[in-house]
Write a protein that binds this ligand. Sequence first.
Ligand code: AGP
Length: 592
Amino acid sequence: MCGIIGYIGEKNAAGIIYNGLKRLEYRGYDSAGIATLDEKKGIQVKKDIGRVEDINRKLDFLSMDGTVGIGHTRWATHGWVTKENAHPHVSNNKKIYVIHNGIVENYQGIKSMLQGNGFNFYSETDTETIPNLIEFEMRKGKDFEQATKDAVKQLDGYYAILAMHEGERKIVAARNGSPLVVGLGKNENFIASDIPAFLEHTKTVMYVHDKDFIVLNGNYEVKFYSLQEGREVSRPIHSVDWSIEQAQKGDFDHFMMKEISEQVETVQKAANQDESTLFAVANAIKDAKGVFFVACGSSYHACLSASYIFSKIAKMHINVILASEFSNYEDYLTPQTLVIAVSQSGETIDVLDAVRAAKRKNAEIISIVNVVGSSLHRSSDHALMLNTGPEVCVLSTKTYTAQLAVLALLAHTVAGRYEEGKARLKYLWNIIYNLTSASTRDHIRRLADKLKDKEHIFTIGRGLQYPTALEAALKIKEVSYIHAEGFSGGELKHGTIALIEEGTPCIVFSSKETEMEIISNAMEIKARGGYIIGVNSENNEIFDFFIKTPDVGILNPITQIIPIQILSYQLAVLRGFDPDKPRNLAKSVTVK
Ligand code: AGP
């Protein structure tokens, strides 16, 4: 996720912003920039790719003049990692400077309209439309504040925006979906995507609500307007007594639970793909002679789910191969083969080796990846980005559901049902909000209390619920160290059922499509003393513990894993382990 910070006060803005950006580095980024406003020298801008410290060594951020400024660390979504794509972005008249966290969904339409009105663009980003849209509105005679309000109202999607205008000692800001918080100081004020950016200066904060428009004036007044209500509003003032690290986790004790909760937004961000790239990938799939998904771990489970989704939605068969096994298929590959490598880190050595094997046969490479500029990203012909921002916890949670969202949208696009896929994913917002709510977490905590001393936990599912059962078992064992195994419901009788004893817990993933058969599998386990945990849209008398997940059909893999992500987290905490750093595990397996 991008990091943004603004400062207005009596001190040198560049120094405060530089330190603030470093406090936001945990959010992950690949480029950074600062703009400062000095009454005599006007607005200065410095930006480049790389780490904040390295850019400072090269461009000397700290020499910038002015007591007002905005700064940004960019996590690339639209456009490659280049200096031109780094923020701040400037309007054609060189008077309006903007930094932005989020995605402008309708930027292509806005860009065309502006180009039709004589505007030129110099970056690949969606953000560059914003300062030019403000300039376009000011050309109609509006002042900077009104022009920015009217420009923001035209944006679809998520955004946290800071803007400055040459000659005006103020910062204006707007929020919809992406975080923004104001810090109140003595003769100085701050605004940032996260409290750590200014926590060393003030612990007095005001949280910005969606559709709020804020003005940090030169006389240190802070004004909040609601774009929804069309009037000035007041927001409560809070005092936070966090450490810096605590502030990075927000209200959560660990990054794992924070990132599980972020899935309300990250599934939507994953669904918001660059359409030209998405359709190009869909065409590559349709044109290929043989398509392979290649991945490891949770990413492999996402691909396994996708193979069912492609079969049902696109009537296509896609081979799913563990990356570490892919070289055994090398002789089968041809230049007409398409390999879709799925990896959140883009650095997993087994995936990179598989891609190298595919390239030896001139196969086409598509990657679905979270880190722009990663090895996998750079070695693919096309890439679809997960847009989740960095995943700090070693476990894959938000990136797993983001992979599922991208793959489901891709399957719908291949089938000529893109808009339907977008709509189905948009529908998940409320469901994921409820599945990550405090009441759901409390309900699952009661299950965690029952399971925390168990030696074995089994998970079963059929059809689309089978890969979910595999992912559930991986989550539980890798963070709580309880032995957990996932099975297809149909495989139980072929051996595993010998392991079921009195009280053996089994998590049963069910859906309208598979309920009949999977419930009979559950009854076989129950008859041998098993403790049945049902994950389903409806309760059943066979379930000893029930977790309700509304049936969303083909997208059940996204929603049904979330309660078990929470269960895994709670088991780890109850058993005294750090869920963010499980023993023996690395965030990216870069060695064989
Ligand atoms: C996720 O919880 C696991 N820690 C692990 O299986 C991970 O999914 C796997 O290593 C693949 O990582 P990648 O997506 O970065 O390639």
